[in-house]
Design a protein around this ligand. Structure first.
Ligand SMILES: [Zn+2]
Length: 142
């Protein structure tokens, strides 16, 4: 694969024996990210895992899209997504224990993160979980 500068790559870390995806990330420099993940202090062991850089519609020219599709894959594989982490923070804002929170602040935070998703296969757009059910890896035009 020809790695180009300023492109954003979405990648998976997979188990060698089962091909099970254990991690999803995005980066502009896959080879450097590889070294970080597979360093002795890193999370993964190069004898057990490998990095799979996704191609074609999973390569982006901006970070916003790369993060959006990183989220999509994380959700697909059942990992906690960046979006879910942000949602948790919104729920925390509603907690009576949070003195600086409250409904208004939570609503503002929620509005900010209702990102529209577009399926890379059929280009249908939508907001929310229903998109994951019928599109992306499961899209009939894939
Ligand atoms: Zn689709």
């Amino acid at each position: 694969m020809n790695i180009m500068k300023n492109n954003f790559y979405v990648y998976e870390i997979k188990e060698k024996t089962t091909d099970k995806v254990v991690y999803v990330g995005q980066t502009t420099q896959p080879s450097i990210r590889y070294l970080t993940h597979f360093a002795p202090s890193g999370k993964f062991d190069r004898n057990l895992h490998y990095m799979n850089i996704l191609e074609n519609e999973w390569i982006f020219n901006n970070k916003k899209d790369a993060r959006k599709y990183e989220d999509i894959l994380q959700e697909y594989y059942g990992f906690e997504t960046e979006l879910q982490k942000r949602r948790k923070r919104i729920v925390d804002l509603l907690s009576p224990k949070n003195k600086r929170g409250g409904k208004k602040r939570a609503q503002d935070a929620f509005k900010k993160q209702c990102i529209e998703l577009e399926c890379p296969h059929c280009h249908e757009k939508g907001i929310g979980r229903i998109m994951y059910r019928w599109h992306f890896h499961k899209c009939k035009y894939k």
